[in-house]
Design a binder for this molecule. Structure first.
Ligand SMILES: [Mg+2]
Length: 155
């Protein structure tokens, strides 16, 4: 409790200190420009990279792109409903639970695209996930220490 109060006090002091600093937004934009990869900033470089991946690495670029954009977007739609229920007074009722299920279905559709791209299936992915978490939590229950102190390779 005392540590928590001290941390909050330090945080507020740092926040106050930072509020008085002048931020050069132009320098930040230039920093962002300089730390951007060629494939992220140049269409020809992006096209070359995608072609290289498709041809030499045998990556299913269209499906990986579709899956990654779609899963993220649909997860956002799911989160939007939860946000409105938790934070903005939207009721948690049958209609909104139905809406959440519909968004979950959309996520699954894009997940299936990812499964096709990676030449795998739901069963393999669920098995992999089960094995990963069983190794992380050998007692079969969540453990804060094990969650925060993972062995190398436990992603
Ligand atoms: Mg949707």
């Amino acid at each position: 409790m005392i540590t928590k109060k001290r941390n909050l006090k330090n945080h507020l002091r740092d926040l106050n200190s930072n509020m008085t600093q002048v931020i050069d937004t132009n320098k930040y934009i230039e920093f962002v420009r300089q730390t951007t990869s060629p494939a992220s900033s140049d269409f020809a470089q992006l096209l070359t990279r995608l072609t290289e991946l498709e041809a030499t690495a045998d990556a299913d670029v269209p499906r990986l792109l579709t899956a990654s954009l779609g899963m993220s977007a649909e997860a956002g739609e799911f989160t939007e409903v939860v946000k409105k229920i938790f934070l903005q007074g939207k009721p948690y009722n049958e209609d909104n639970a139905f809406h959440l299920k519909r968004e979950l279905g959309d996520i699954c559709w894009y997940l299936a695209q990812a499964l096709m791209a990676l030449d795998t299936n739901f069963e393999e992915i669920l098995k992999m996930n089960y094995e990963k978490l069983s190794a992380r939590y050998p007692e079969g229950t969540f453990d804060v220490y094990r969650s925060e102190n993972r062995v190398e390779g436990d992603l």
